[in-house]
Design a protein around this ligand. Structure first.
Ligand SMILES: [Zn+2]
Ligand SMILES: [Zn+2]
Length: 111
């Protein structure tokens, strides 16, 4: 599976980074993500067009796969926990889909 979630650090070109914030643009077409490079600790922003996001429906029992992908870390505050929940980046009422790219791990404070 191609990991489209990986964005390259513009400073050191490393691919290891964590998402510290995800925001949907006003028109609902772009997800703006603040990322922090795990290698050089610098922060950068990526813009992801929703239509470019591959539709990968998460299976009913896919929670663990999402948590594994996110390394059991809340994608909003970076808190590591075994009791995370799933959060839709684009909310359901805005037709956010139950897909791999639209679901992130979140702790109970951030969901
Ligand atoms: Zn870097
Ligand atoms: Zn959190």
């Amino acid at each position: 599976m191609a990991n489209n979630d990986t964005k390259i650090c513009p400073y050191c070109a490393e691919t290891d980074n964590k998402v510290i914030d995800s925001r949907l643009s006003k028109d609902g077409n772009v997800i703006r993500r603040r990322r922090e490079c795990l290698v050089c600790s610098r922060r950068f922003t990526t813009y992801e067009h929703i239509e470019e996001i591959p539709i990968m429906i998460v299976k009913k029992d896919g929670r663990r796969e999402i948590f594994n992908r996110d390394k059991y870390t809340c994608q909003y505050c970076g808190h590591q926990s075994r009791s995370l929940t799933l959060d839709h980046v684009v909310p359901r009422y805005r037709e956010g889909q139950h897909t791999w790219e639209n679901i992130v791990s979140a702790c109970n404070q951030c969901k």
